[in-house]
Each structure stands twice: as C-alpha cells, then as structure tokens.
Design a protein around this ligand. Structure first.
Ligand SMILES: [Fe+2]
Length: 338
C-alpha cells in the first residue's frame, strides 16, 4: 500500500483517551464505558479464538472503538514474517474495523522460537534497511498504517552504530510509518541510560505520533523497570504534556498490566491524562458521550507545522465540531475509513 504517512495521519480518527483491555479489568472497564473513549487490545489474545475471549471481544467491539497492539510481529527478527500470523491479524483488524495497528521496534523471535520479551535491535544501518523492508510488507498485508512503539531497553545491543533515537527516527522516516510514542518508556530509558528525555523527544519526528502510551514503572536494584504495575509518576505526565503541546495526536491510553489497583485509581489517571490533553487538544480530551468533539470524517487535522489560528483547536485540528451521541462509535469508525 503506497501512501504518504503524514497525509494518511490527517484522515485517521481521533479516538480520545483509552485503556488497555485486560481480562482482570474487563468487567469494570465495560461498566465505565462512559468514562473511557476507546480500548486497546493485544491481538494475540483474540486471533482465531472462540469462547470467553471471543465474547469479550464482541462485547468490547459493540461498546468501544478498538485498536490492537501486538507483541508477536517481531518486525526486527531475521526470521521470515509469518504469513499465518499476518492473515489472522488482518482478519481481526477487519472484524473490529481498526484504523491502525501497532507493535514494537524490536525482535521477539529467533530461529523460529518466540522469546516472550521485546528485545532491542542493534542500532545499525543494516538493521534499518531490514526493518524498513519488513514494515512495507506488513502494511501491504494488513492494509492499514503500522505504528511502531519505542521500547524500554536495558542494554545496548552489540553492533550498534547509532543512538537509539537516531535509529528509531531513521526507521520511521525511511519506512514512512507512524509512531506509537510511549512516554513512560522514554522516561525509563532516560534514567537507565542517562540521557535528557526532552532532548530525545526533540530529536524524534514526533509529528508522526498517532498514539501515545502512558504507564507506571518499578524500581529494580540497579535500574528502573517498565512494569506497568504502579501509578504514573509526575515526570511521565510532564512528558505527555510536552508532546501534546507540540503535535496533534489521535489517541492516548493508559497501560496497566499488573498490581491492579481499585478501578477508581485507573479512572483518576485517565482523568489526569484527559486534563492534560484538554490544555492543548480539546478534541482529544472530550470524546465522552455527550461531549462536543469533531468527526475526523468531516474535518481535517492540521499539519504539525500549521500555525494555530482561531479556526483551529489548539492542537491544530480543524475546529468544526459535531455533537457526539450514542452513535459515537459508528462515527469514529467511519472516520477510520475516510
Ligand atoms: Fe507501551
């Protein structure tokens, strides 16, 4: 599929503030559908499955816009891309009408064996060429944009000749694909590898950001670890603020994967994200039923370099608005097809 990514981004829907769909949180997630705009699910947990997983997927699909965030694509591996995986993934993406698909800039398999970990690639020119070729194949297969996430990493791979931010930036630009920017990963890496997270963000083509992740982390003996098992800390919210002040973003979500708190704490964190978004991107912040927001099928996102004018939201989105109602999901999904 040939396209210019930044043009494509303008036609992607603004989904708002979402949460990862987790089995342990599913009941309360569905009960709080009026406070959560959209859900992100792990496709490997739903592809080709029936039973409870299928039921949960159908329930989620009837109530929320959905996107998927994979862990098994293994875009950087030297193993061949799995045709079986890509076919099943495409079927799921079509079923839920997902506007995009995301996975990580990493490898998760070697010699045909899955490693159950997101491992960093050597930051080399050879690896860039390899990944760029595979991104194009994946996008052709799934017929929608692929976003790659910046991972947290705990060692620099041998063979690296570039910094991580140069490597990520080159991959995004050479493949002309989108970014899923995880600001907790930026923070964790900045502490573990001793760099300035703001300089990192300034060096990235953040205008390619479609989706963002916000999460908490834990303190290990020598490093901090990206566990998604603690509350989000203020410096991570500050990084979110920094990005949202600078580029239009289509979706922000909270990742919580263990050490689950009372659901009210999760709702509080979603509210904090929404409050930050409201300072710069009202449309991103106000997608709850009954709130005023724009349909991307009828409006256009500004280019990242656009001047903010009275006719535009502060994020640069076109300020034409419609009233969202119980048809929110249908409208948002229609935007995905625009
Ligand atoms: Fe993430």
């Amino acid at each position: 599929m040939a396209f210019d990514f930044l043009t494509t981004k303008k036609n992607l829907p603004v989904l708002g503030v979402g949460l990862g769909l987790r089995r342990e949180l599913a009941h309360e997630t569905f009960n709080n559908a009026d406070k959560i705009d959209w859900l992100e699910l792990v496709p490997e947990n739903y592809m080709d499955l029936g039973g409870m997983a299928r039921e949960r997927l159908e329930q989620a699909n009837s109530a929320f816009p959905l996107v998927t965030h994979g862990v098994n694509l293994s875009i950087g591996s030297t193993d061949p891309l799995s045709e079986t995986y890509l076919k099943s993934l495409k079927k799921l993406l079509d079923t839920i009408d997902a506007p995009w698909f995301s996975d990580h800039l990493c490898f998760t398999s070697i010699g045909g064996h899955y490693l159950h970990d997101l491992l960093p690639l050597p930051a080399s020119k050879e690896a860039i060429q390899h990944v760029v070729k595979r991104i194009k194949i994946v996008q052709d297969c799934i017929e929608r944009p692929l976003l790659l996430e910046n991972i947290s990493y705990y060692m620099n791979m041998p063979g690296s000749e570039l910094t991580e931010v140069q490597f990520l930036s080159d991959v995004l630009e050479k493949a002309d694909c989108g970014l899923l920017l995880d600001v907790n990963n930026v923070y964790v890496n900045s502490i573990n590898h001793n760099f300035d997270p703001y300089k990192y963000l300034n060096a990235l083509p953040i205008e390619r950001t479609v989706q963002m992740h916000v999460a908490g982390h834990s303190h290990g003996e020598e490093m901090i670890i990206d566990t998604h098992g603690n509350p989000v800390i203020e410096p991570v919210f500050e990084l979110l603020d920094y990005v949202l002040a600078r580029v239009p973003v289509n979706a922000v979500m909270l990742e919580r994967d263990q050490n689950y708190p009372e659901f009210s704490e999760i709702l509080d964190e979603l509210h904090q994200i929404r409050t930050i978004a409201a300072n710069y991107q009202p449309r991103l912040a106000n997608l709850k039923p009954g709130s005023t927001c724009a349909s991307t099928s009828e409006t256009e996102q500004a280019s990242p370099s656009s001047e903010m004018t009275p006719d535009r939201d502060r994020d640069g989105h076109d300020a034409d608005v419609i009233r969202m109602n119980s048809d929110t999901k249908r409208l948002v999904k229609r935007g995905a097809r625009a």
